[in-house]
Design a binder for this molecule. Sequence first.
Ligand code: B4P
Length: 190
Amino acid sequence: MLNLVLFGPPGAGKGTQSNLLIDKYNLVHLSTGDILRGEITAGTALGLEAKALMDRGDLVPDEVVIGMISSKLDNNPNANGFIFDGFPRTAAQATALDNLLAEKGTAISAMLSLKVEDAELIRRLLERGKNSGREDDKNEVIIANRINEYNTKTAPLKEYYSAQNKLSEIEGIGSVDEITSKLNEVIDTL
Ligand code: B4P
């Protein structure tokens, strides 16, 4: 199985690139952000709990997102592999993911980490916020909180995957196609 973690700060292009990679490699796309937004739209109790946190740019509790990923893995027993987009975001999520995959006799193949500087992240997210309807994209203070959450809780996961020799860092500035090509080059060596 090909199991990829697409990693990077908010606005780095994880969702954009995941959508392009799933067809080429026949993978199932698991975006915890998309799943949570689906729960909000459906008006579930989980969605209501998540909305307040997401609107502020805070992370949702680990047990919530781990439970979501666990059931998505169970629901796709015949998948060729998965792209994990926006997950894991904490050390507890990374350990849980390794355990869930080990139970299914598989593992993460690689972490592909997109590098983009803060000024460009803020520019992209404010631009998306003009049309996305996402509260977390509208306001620079909230975007700064998201970047801070990433730097304190999520970025250290690069060390976790590096220690397993699974980390590849990719420049995330350039056209969408250029970045896809760089990702393809790395994936094709796996
Ligand atoms: P996510 O949905 O994961 O949101 P994101 O990080 O902002 O999106 P992404 O990074 O995929 O956006 P993209 O670059 O594609 O998370 C939202 C919230 O959900 C979190 O803050 C948290 O509250 C919660 N959450 C989700 N997962 C969680 C977890 N595991 N644990 C706890 N909480 C969790 O796109 C950004 C913009 O850039 C787009 O408009 C795109 O068009 C543009 N863009 C992309 N590539 C570009 C390029 N090369 N050049 C110019 N623009 C580009």
